[in-house]
Design a protein around this ligand. Structure first.
Ligand code: AMP
Length: 459
């Protein structure tokens, strides 16, 4: 970044960084996401001073597992240092938008703390209180400024209004995160967005060597020393489902082709299929560069959650059991990750068949709400953790559409050239005219009334 943006050593980075609670595998090994591992490590906690990497967030705030206390104190420190902030970021776009949402909800309390120089009693973590005490002094002028920017409820360009020296946003907006680009543009007044890295908990993959390029042009250069990388050509996998796959080596991939990433890591994963589909866009010396195309089989994703078709199917099946006593069943369904309001949430469209007759009838509100919660209970642990412990995913919503809607959906697809023989109901929809069609046929909407169960211990 130093090569692309001058003066980053003259200020600070406001990064919203979080740890997640850990779990244990059935075999007793600790399991945690890579960034939680890194932030808790000696490398991060005892990092030497580096003028290019000075953060406004105290380490104690990053390390606090309570999402509210962590976010509150990181936002407070970011506000106190507002004129020093040169870049604003989070790992993924969803994290940064959560921070903005947090500001919208809590600016009054934050402004109060700044005016009085006292930290809210909701912050009970003693390490955070000690760290914040070092920087929090009464500053009525700053408090008034924050109130004047936030109270009108106009959030356009809020990032540059509060942190006027911000040169760019440091967030990943490729892959599933691309859905957040327009919202980030709105809040930042069009600041550039730098996607610097492509990584996973299993392995670090690559860097973006042109970090200031447009999000749609981002390519990641694989770092050959991070693992042994191989590539499964997408077309060959489809053509010869029974034949052993022919993997390409790192230097053997072809520009313009799509591959599934396969890694053999120092930690012991052998020919592990990460699940990412990548397109080769060029080479940096002999190292190939890839555009992230999509995550294989992922239908829905709000932040780190990844829900595939089989999981969604299971969740719908579990929930529709609750309709049985009413003689009702789900005849068709599809879904959408709705991120227009932060935190985003899953929307599931249901078309029902209600037989009526003895014991039958249209199920009541409480039944549908129970169905929403049942679907959430059926989701994977990452989803439930994000919902329950982190609050980074909102409550699941069921939208019941009137009878015949899915037939209309099919008519629409056929009118646009789909084959009647091979038409399949899409289990996730993103195309705006289809979403409009579905929404215009909604007869009832229901929201999950509670959080699903989640525990850091495996079930
Ligand atoms: P996790 O398993 O939670 O560590 O997440 C790793 C996954 O996140 C990767 O395999 C990708 O699917 C996705 N991911 C990570 N970095 C990027 C990126 N820069 N652009 C798009 N998707 C990414």
């Amino acid at each position: 970044m130093i090569r692309y943006v001058a003066g980053l050593d003259k200020g600070k980075g406001l990064y919203f960084l979080f740890v997640k609670s850990e779990s244990k595998t059935a075999g007793g090994l600790p399991a945690r996401p890579v960034l939680t591992s890194y932030y808790k490590s000696h490398h991060f906690r005892a990092r030497p001073f580096d003028p290019y990497n000075v953060y406004t967030s105290p380490t104690a705030a990053v390390l606090c597992a309570d999402a509210f206390q962590s976010m509150y104190s990181q936002m407070l420190c970011g506000l106190l240092d507002r004129l020093d902030v040169l870049r604003v970021g989070a790992v993924f776009a969803s994290g940064l938008l959560r921070a903005i949402r947090f500001l919208q909800l809590h600016w009054k309390q934050l402004a109060h703390d700044i005016a009085t120089g006292t930290l809210s009693s909701k912050i009970t973590d003693s390490a955070i209180r000690d760290a914040v005490a070092q920087v929090l002094k009464p500053d009525p002028a700053l408090s008034e400024f924050i109130a004047s920017e936030c109270s009108p409820g106009d959030w356009a360009g809020i990032i540059t209004r509060i942190w006027p020296n911000t040169k760019y946003l440091d967030v990943i907006v490729t892959g599933a995160m691309a859905q957040y680009i327009p919202t980030l543009e709105y809040y930042s007044g069009g600041l550039p967005m730098a996607c610097t890295m492509y990584a996973s908990s299993e392995c670090y993959f690559g860097l973006n060597l042109r970090p200031m390029c447009k999000p749609s042009e981002v390519s990641y250069t694989i770092m050959p020393n991070m693992a042994y990388f191989e590539f499964l050509p997408l077309d060959s996998a489809a053509a010869n489902a029974d034949a052993p796959p022919q993997l390409a080596d790192l230097a053997g991939v072809e520009v313009g082709k799509e591959y599934e990433l396969v890694i053999t890591t120092y930690a012991g994963l052998y020919r592990y299929r990460v699940g990412d589909i990548l397109l080769v866009t060029g080479f940096h010396n002999a190292a190939p560069q890839f555009r992230f195309v999509r995550r294989k089989n992922v239908l829905l994703s709000i932040e780190s959650d990844k829900t595939d078709e089989a999981e969604l199917q299971r969740a719908v099946e579990r929930a529709s059991e609750l309709l049985r006593p009413w003689g009702a069943s789900v005849v068709e369904y599809t879904s959408q990750a709705d991120t227009r309001v932060i935190p985003g949430h899953y929307v599931i469209y249901w078309e029902l068949l209600v037989k009526g007759g003895e014991g039958g009838g249209w199920p009541g509100k409480e039944v549908f709400e129970a169905c929403c919660l049942e679907m959430e209970e059926a989701m994977n642990a990452v989803y439930r953790q994000s919902r329950t412990a982190d609050g980074s995913i909102g409550p699941l919503e069921i939208r019941v559409v009137r009878g015949g809607t899915f037939e209309e959906l099919m008519d629409y697809a056929i009118a646009r050239g789909a084959s009647i023989n091979q038409y399949k109901v899409p289990r996730c929809v993103t195309f705006p005219p289809i979403i409009e069609l579905l929404d215009s046929r909604v007869v009832e909407t229901h929201i999950s009334p509670a959080c699903p169960k989640w525990s850091p211990r495996p079930n």
